[in-house]
Design a protein around this ligand. Structure first.
Ligand SMILES: C[S@@+](CC[C@H](N)C(=O)[O-])C[C@H]1O[C@@H](n2cnc3c(N)ncnc32)[C@H](O)[C@@H]1O
Length: 287
């Protein structure tokens, strides 16, 4: 714990099981992970650019000019795990012991996996340590005509000690009442504390927040978790860090971060995104 109080934030290129096994003493107040879902796919996002091409361009612009769309890069990572629960179990069990005595663990999964993951988490933390299942509800993309469109993710919150954990009630942002005319004008102006169902749009395709990394989560979700479940000066760990959303939210609110990912593309995206926080970058050859 002592060690973390003096260290800089870190971005680490590493396979997370190996990294976790190497940690001797730690004191993370908060751990959030968003592991790859067991979709059996390789996730890929193409970066494209439109260039002028009067010969072969298939898009027509002003003054008879023609343009073509060219691929300038691909970001991808493997989303296949033969045994998803076994994959998660060892990592989460080690990570639990890296929490402070009043630390919290957030596991972000989806409706296809959440029931298996909850049983796993109960086994590792004990059933009493389960505090909430947060439903992150969004509204984007196609809508099935054969069943209810699935538009939510599940975030399980477990405390290391269910009698002693960080919950900064006053730091919770307020949301509008559904029927403001039914409450006093003062209450309507203040808004209400959200429930365990959080409405939040996905990261907008063309917004400033967008890094281009597949499966990037909205920073607003992480900001809410970090403000309520840690204090300024604490250190937050994310060992499936991706584009570094956890680090972004931590830095915005005066927390340090440790971000682990085994994909060099993720490290590049995080370095770029979190430059202002001046993190140490470890595990990259030549540093
Ligand atoms: C779903 S993404 C995380 C997205 C992130 N929450 C964000 O907002 O950008 C999962 C990440 O875990 C990383 N990952 C998968 N297996 C890993 C492992 N064994 N060690 C370290 N990172 C891993 C992948 O490279 C990927 O970046």
């Amino acid at each position: 714990m002592e060690r973390l109080q003096h260290m800089r934030s870190q971005i680490v290129l590493a396979e997370n099981l190996a990294w976790l096994r190497d940690q001797v003493a730690a004191g993370f107040r908060l751990i959030y992970i968003d592991p790859p879902f067991n979709t059996g796919q390789r996730r890929e996002l193409r970066s494209i650019r439109t260039v002028r091409d009067d010969e072969q361009g298939d898009r027509h612009g002003f003054g008879g000019r023609r343009y073509a769309t060219v691929e300038v890069g691909r970001r991808s990572y493997d989303d296949r795990h033969d045994d998803y629960l076994e994959f998660l179990e060892e990592r989460i069990a080690i990570a639990r012991d890296l929490l402070t005595p009043d630390g919290s663990f957030f596991l972000h999964v989806d409706p296809r996996e959440v029931h298996y993951c909850k049983v796993l988490m109960d086994t590792i933390f004990g059933r009493a340590s389960f505090l909430n299942e947060i439903i992150w509800s969004y509204d984007f993309g196609g809508r099935s005509k054969r069943r209810w469109p699935a538009k939510h993710d599940n975030i399980l919150w477990y405390a290391r000690d269910p009698e002693n954990y960080c919950f900064n009630y006053d730091a919770i942002d307020r949301v509008p009442y559904m029927a403001p005319s039914l409450v006093t004008p003062e209450k309507a102006a203040r808004g209400k504390v959200p429930t365990d169902v959080w409405w939040q749009t996905i990261v907008p395709t063309n917004g400033r927040e967008r890094t281009g990394y597949p499966t990037q989560k909205p920073v607003a979700i992480l900001e809410r978790i970090i403000k309520v479940h840690s204090d300024p000066g604490d250190t937050v760990l994310d060992f499936f860090a991706g584009s570094g959303t956890t680090g972004d939210a931590a830095a915005r609110h005066g927390r340090r971060f440790v971000l682990i990912d085994d994909n060099p593309e993720a490290i590049g995206v995080m370095e770029n995104r979190l430059r202002d926080a001046e993190p140490e970058v470890l595990g990259v050859e030549g540093r």
